[in-house]
Design a protein around this ligand. Structure first.
Ligand code: SAH
Ligand code: MG
Length: 212
C-alpha cells in the first residue's frame, strides 16, 4: 500500500470507527498536560478492545501498562457488570493519574491499578488467581519483555480467552523491520499450537490471539 493510502486508511478508521464520549475524548489531552507521554491507543483500537472483551466471559481481565487509564476504560466497559480488570503500571505518577480518570469514567469500582513492574507483579497474581483464570489480557508495557510476559501469562489464560497485544508492528521509536522487539513475540504466538493468532494493522498493529 502506498504511504498516502496507509495514512488515509488510518485517518478514515479514526473518523468512522473512532467515536467516543467526551470524557475519553479529553483524557489524553489532560494526560499530556500533566506530563504523561501521548502514547495511548487510538479510539478505534479502544473500541476493538471493548468488543473483544465482551466476546469473552468478561469476568477477569488483565492489562500490562496502564499509562493514563485510556485503554483500561475501554476494557472495563466490555466486562460483565460483576467483572474485574487488574491493570499494572510501573510509574506511580501514571497510576495516580489513571485512578482519577477511572473514577471520573465511573469504572473505578471494577478496575484495580497495581503499581509495579509487570514481571514482578505477575507471579503474585498467578498464585492468587490460579491457572485458567483470565478471560482477557492486553499487553502494552515494555516491548522487549513481551515474550517474557507470554511465559507468565499462558498458564493463566482460560480456554477460549483472548490475549491481545499493542504495538506488534512497532512504535514511534521503531518498526519491526528495524529490529522492534515484538517480532519474536508475534512469531512465537503464531507458531504456538495452543493459540490462534493474527494481527490487525490498526495504528501500530494489534495482535489478537485466542487460547484454545
Ligand atoms: N495501555 C495504555 C498505554 C500504555 S503505555 C493505553 O493505551 O492507554 C506503556 C505504559 O507502561 C507506561 O505508562 C509505562 O510507564 C508503563 N510501564 C513501563 N514499564 C513497565 C513495566 N515493567 N511494567 C508495567 N508497566 C510498565
Ligand atoms: Mg501501546
Amino acid at each position: 500500500m502506498n504511504p498516502d493510502r496507509w495514512k488515509f486508511t488510518q485517518e478514515y478508521s479514526q473518523e468512522v470507527f473512532g467515536v467516543q464520549d467526551d470524557h475519553l475524548a479529553g483524557l489524553m489531552e489532560r494526560a499530556t498536560a500533566a506530563g504523561l507521554p501521548p502514547i495511548a491507543v487510538s479510539a478505534d483500537v479502544g473500541r476493538l478492545l471493548q468488543i473483544l472483551v465482551s466476546m469473552t466471559s468478561g469476568m477477569r481481565a488483565l492489562e500490562l501498562g496502564t499509562l493514563a487509564g485510556y485503554s483500561a476504560i475501554w476494557i472495563a466497559r466490555g466486562l460483565q457488570p460483576d467483572g474485574r480488570l487488574t491493570t499494572i503500571e510501573y510509574e506511580s505518577s501514571h497510576a495516580e493519574f489513571a485512578r482519577a480518570e477511572l473514577e471520573a469514567a465511573g469504572v473505578a469500582d471494577r478496575v484495580e491499578v497495581v503499581e509495579g513492574a509487570a514481571l514482578d507483579v505477575l507471579p503474585g497474581l498467578a498464585a492468587e488467581w490460579g491457572d485458567a483464570s483470565v478471560d482477557f489480557v492486553f499487553i502494552d508495557a515494555v516491548k522487549s519483555e513481551y515474550v517474557a510476559y507470554l511465559d507468565e501469562l499462558k498458564p493463566l489464560m482460560r480456554p477460549g480467552g483472548l490475549l491481545v497485544a499493542d504495538n506488534v508492528y512497532g512504535t514511534g521509536a521503531g518498526w519491526i523491520d528495524e529490529g522492534h522487539g515484538t517480532d519474536e513475540f508475534n512469531r512465537r504466538l503464531a507458531g504456538d499450537p495452543d493459540f490462534e493468532a493474527v494481527a490487525v494493522p490498526l495504528r501500530e498493529g494489534v495482535l489478537i490471539s485466542r487460547r484454545r
